[in-house]
Design a binder for this molecule. Structure first.
Ligand SMILES: Cc1ncc(COP(=O)(O)O)c(C=O)c1O
Length: 393
């Protein structure tokens, strides 16, 4: 495929330093992959990590638990923690964001604070934890978005009061890619004595995150998307002081301080975030995530952000030049590498792209494209050419 030229004076060159990693992602041999916000591409290092796990399972079976796999769990907690500026003791492993959220939902005291505040743009599984508790008297308040791109933090702050237990919202919105000011969200919660929880599934890996600088109480993210670890492994950050104090009303033996005592009469939790863990982690997913982190840690999130920010602007500019009106935040600094293009029939457009070997996904009324460090401008050119001209909207 010929290289795409720079779009205009001052725009970035057609390729970038991180494109050298592209060879390690075989999907690009015959496909244009632009769907990292749905599922990160599989890298060779990830495949090797999982193959190594399978070899170990075959050769040693359960004997590998104590000297190898246990250490892999500790390594993963520690690397997740480093990625977001947290201590390993503040990280719990979980199989999905939904499970991580539900452990938090089961750890809060709603007696005097029955309210939970979310936004209309959050991934719905955030809401479901508390909708499921409505029969128990939990009130879910959904703060609307005036433009379907972001939610003004002032509106979130207005919704929080002395009856609010928690503000739970996203760092990057999955339907617009807009980056939310999570420091301001945490401040709005704290100002009224409420806690804050951030669903950072769409940010960690593509946008720098520092839980301490942000002052958030809980944050969850994981392998599926921007951490290149596939499905089945996520983490929950719990601020140290809270991790010691809160006790989820659901439990499993991995949250037990002395799990090998096997005493059914006693439940003593870890005195750190591991008290939020439940059962045996999916080791294949743990190894896949370690492989994904081998890329993320080697490159570093700031370098990834520098490249993806330029790719994002390139994609938006090319789409606009073709007459599309991308649904993105007005300021470039508030945009992440998720770009929604209005489409009258998004599922049909995504199928048309797939038939041409271009992988994107659909969200209501839009085709969603998400470049990562392994993408190049040529990928944008290919996708936009195949999408043709804007329809409807
Ligand atoms: C922001 C966000 N949160 C949560 C989820 C779903 O999380 P899980 O399936 O792990 O519960 C998704 C998409 O998969 C998402 O984009």
């Amino acid at each position: 495929m010929p290289r795409a030229g720079a779009l205009a004076t001052g725009s970035p060159p057609a390729t970038h330093a991180l494109a050298r990693y592209r060879n390690e992602f075989p999907v690009f041999q015959d496909t244009v992959y632009l769907s990292t916000c749905s599922l990160g591409a599989l890298g060779e290092r990830t495949r090797r990590r999982v193959a190594g796990f399978l070899d170990m399972w075959q050769a040693r079976g359960a004997a590998a638990w104590y000297d190898v796999w246990w250490a892999a769990l500790a390594e993963l907690r520690s690397r997740y923690g480093r990625l977001v500026g947290a201590a390993p003791e503040e990280i719990a492993l979980a199989p999905s964001i939904s499970v991580a959220l539900s452990t938090v939902a089961e750890a809060l005291d709603y007696a005097r604070r029955p309210k939970v505040v979310i936004t209309a743009l959050d991934f719905p599984t955030v809401a479901y934890q508390w909708l499921a508790k409505r029969p128990r008297g939990i009130e879910l308040v959904v703060v609307e978005s005036p433009d379907q791109v972001s939610v003004p933090v002032e509106a979130i702050a207005r919704a929080v009061d002395e009856r609010t237990a928690l503000v739970a919202t996203s760092h990057v919105y999955f339907t617009s890619g807009a980056i939310q000011d999570i420091r301001a969200v945490a401040h709005a919660a704290r100002a009224k004595g409420a806690l804050s929880l951030i669903d950072a599934y769409q940010s960690v890996g593509q946008v720098p995150v520092d839980v301490r600088a942000a002052g958030v109480d809980f944050l969850t993210a994981g392998g599926l998307k921007w951490l290149l670890g596939g499905p089945g492994i996520v983490f929950l950050y719990v601020r140290a002081e809270l991790a010691r104090r809160l006790t989820p009303a659901i439990a499993g033996w991995f949250g037990h301080r002395n799990q090998f005592a096997f005493d059914p009469r006693v439940l003593e939790r870890h005195d750190d975030a591991r008290r939020f863990e439940l059962g045996t982690p999916a080791l294949a997913a743990v190894y896949a995530q370690l492989g994904g982190l081998d890329y993320i840690d080697e490159i570093g999130v700031p370098a990834i952000r520098a490249v993806t920010a330029r790719l994002t602007e390139d994609l938006i500019a090319r789409a606009r030049a073709r007459g599309f009106r991308p649904k993105v935040a007005p300021r470039a600094s508030d945009r992440s590498a998720i770009v929604l293009l209005p489409a009258a029939e998004p599922a049909a457009a995504v199928a048309r792209l797939a038939a041409a070997g271009i992988i994107a996904d659909a969200r209501p009324g839009h085709v969603r494209l998400s470049p990562f460090f392994y993408n190049e401008q040529d990928d944008h050119v290919a996708a936009l050419e195949r999408l043709g001209t804007p329809t409807g909207h």
